[in-house]
Design a protein. Sequence first.
Length: 301
Amino acid sequence: MTTLNSLNQQFGIAGHLQFIEVDGGLTFAEINNAHATASIAIQGAHIATFQPKGEEPIIWLSKLAKFVPGKSIRGGVPVCWPWFGPHATDSKLPGHGYARTVMWEVQETKALADGSTFIRFGLIENETTKAQWPHASTVQLEATVGKALKVELITKNTGNTAFQLGEALHTYFHISDVGNMTIRGLEGCEYIDKVGETTRRTQQGGIVIESEVDRVYVNTTADCVIEDKGLKRAIRIAKTGSKSAVVWNPWTEKADKMGDFGPQGHRGMVCVESGNAFDNVVTVQAGETHRLVAVYSSEKL
Ligand code: BG6
């Protein structure tokens, strides 16, 4: 087990990054540079916060988020990997895969010339993960924290046969109020509506949310933009290596049942996830590397 001291000695960077342990038992990389602050849990390589200096946070983290071993954090950027949603054949396996609840390791950190901070994590396999995902592979997450946040999820097939991969950066965005926002970029796009009986529909106009929304938009590589009239800003989600976009807000009843949203917590967030799911699961050939990249930035409205 790597101690906090040795992590800080090996990977800490003065004026950029230090490792801390929080109540609950998780270790976080705390980034504070000229452009922004961010905290990233090593468990799950889970980015919990990201806030450009002088601005509201871009990423939403529940006030009731728990930081405990083996549990996913409510908010931030959970990594869904190597499947999205329920497992295709075994409903006992964890929803959205296991990557977000297992330990990762820090592999590299650096201060970049433009003042940004870079960190790379790699998932540590164990007997349980190998039993759930019997494919020779590695997965890494790279985060570059600057004025924008860049996240790359890199999957390498290190074996001799192809495998199919489902994945998403399940990002929770901070908004003034769900009633103040519209999501643009998915107009005319086909989606799988998961509320009630699963149905396929086509998006008409921008997305406004007035009840539970749980949709997987397929075959789209477009940027998504969350326009927030309350904060007078737009959050832009630009991506490569992703053909699906998931839009999710649990609304009152489901959020209450989850227990870690807090009262009316769902009103201050919306998930716009970049990934590959349903029609868009990715076939990674032997020896091939697949990269899913998302960049989150803000613009004045
Ligand atoms: C979304 C799914 O991506 O994640 C929803 O489309 C799901 O169906 C949501 O409820 C949250 O999942 P979890 O496992 O983090 O509670």
